[in-house]
Ligand binder design. Sequence first.
Ligand SMILES: [Zn+2]
Length: 506
Amino acid sequence: MSILIKNGTVVNEDGMHKEDVLINDGIIVAVGKNLDAPENCRVVDAADKLVMPGGIDPHTHMQLPFMGEVAVDDFYSGTRAALAGGTTMIIDFVIPAKDSTPIEAYKTWRGWADPKVCCDYALSMAITTWNDKIRDEMTEVTKPEYGINSFKFFLAYSGMFMVRDEEFYQGMIHCSKIGALARVHAENGSVIAEKAKALLAQGVTGPEGHTQSRPEELEAEATNRACVMASQANCPLYVVHVMSKGAARAISYHRSKGAIIFGEPIAAGLGTDGHHYYDKDWLHAARYVMSPPLSRDKSTPEALMDLLAAGELHLTATDNCTFNCHQKELGRSDFTKIPNGVNGVEDRMAVVWHKGVNAGKIDPMRFVQITSSTAAKIFNLYPRKGRIAVGSDADIVIWNPNDTKIISKSTHHHACDFNIFEGMEVRGFAETTISRGKVVWENNELHVEAGAGKFIPAEPFCPYVFSSVPHRAKMMAPRMVVREHERVAEITMNQEIRAQNQEMST
Ligand SMILES: [Zn+2]
C-alpha cells in the first residue's frame, strides 16, 4: 500500500521545505517536489499543513502496577491515545519488583505490550535493587535480542523503588561500561518520607500534603547530586520529568561544565502548575498528584519552555501513568496512598506546540527536535525514527497549525476518566497520523489494530550519547606520583639486584 502526501510543508529538525512525501510498505521512499502518484496509491492533500516526523514519547508507564493499583491506560488504549495526538512511538519502562529480575520483568512487559500496541515502542529498564545478578542481567538485556539501551534509577519512592547512592553510583559505572544511558528520577526520597510522616501527624492528609512533602529544593538537590555522581561515574545521564526551575538550573550548571546530561520536562509540567493541590475539591486536587509534583510557582511552565527554547533542556515526554478517580480515592484519608500519575501522551504535541510555537518561543523545527528527533537520537533510533527522509520509517503526523481544539476527557482517547488539561484551548493539533505507513488517525477517527505496532530494539553505545565517554575516561584515569624517597629505594634495590646477579655470574 502506498501513500503520497502532497502539497504540504515537510518539517525536519534542521529545515522545512514544501515537498511531497511518498510512502511504500511502511517506509518513506521519496521526498521531493511534484512527485507523481504510482498506481493504486492513496493521495493525501496536506495543503496549508505541516508534515512532520511522528512524535516520540520517551517516558510512559502503560498498565504499570503501582501503589497497589494498575494504571488504566494499557498498551492498547495508551498507544491509541498517543496516535490520536500525533505520537507514533513510545518508550515505556520495565520496572522489576524488588523480588524480580530484569530479565523476568522484561518478559512480563513484552508479554503485556506486544499483543496490544498500536504503534511502535521501545523499552527502558528500571533498576530497583542492586546485586551481582542484577548487574549481569543489565549486561544481558543490552544484547540485540533484548534491545535495552537505558536504565532508570529512582532516588525517590523510599522502600519501593528507591536505590541508595552507592547503588546508583555502581549502577552508573556499569551503565557506562556497557554503553547504556542512565536515567534518573531525582528527588530526595529519604527526606520526603520523613516530611510525609510529619505532615500526616499534623493532620495534613489531603493532596496539599503531597506537594508540601516534596518541596522543589528536594528535586533540585537530588538532580544536582545525580549530575555530580554521573560525572564521577563517567556516565551520560538523562533526568526524567524536570518539574522545577531549581532542577533545570542544576542540569544547566553541570552541562556548562561539560557534563553529558539531558533534561526532560513533561507535558504536565509545561501545561499546568501546582495550584490544583490546594483546590477545595479533594478529588480535583488528587487528580494532579504525581511525583515530582507540579510546581507551585506559577511561572515555572513558561520558564521550562524558555529553557527548551534555549537548548538548556532537551526534549519533552509525558510520564503518562493514568489512574481513574476511584483509584485516586484510595488516598482519601492519606495523601501518600493516592496513586501517583497523570495523562499526557495524547496531548503532549498540542500542548508543546501551543505553549512553544504559538507563544513565539520555538519554531516548527525546534518543535520537531523536542518532540521527536532528539529522542530518536538519544535512544539510538535515528534516522529510522524522528526524520522525514528516504529510508526512514513512515511514522508521520500531518499537523494543522491553523485551527483550534479544546482538550477534554469527553473527546480524549485515554481509558482515564479525567484529563489534567481539561478545557485548555490549543491552536494546532494532529490532523492525520500515519504509523508504519498506514493512516491510523484522520477525521477525528482512529483506525488501529492491537498488536500492529512493533518492538524496536535500541542498541547500546549510541554515538550521540557516548562518543566522548572514552576520551573522558582517559582524562579521568588515576594518576600516581612516584616520590623521591620511593625512587631512592627503587635505585638502591636495583643496585642490590645487579650486585647479586654479578655475584651469581662470577
Ligand atoms: Zn515515570
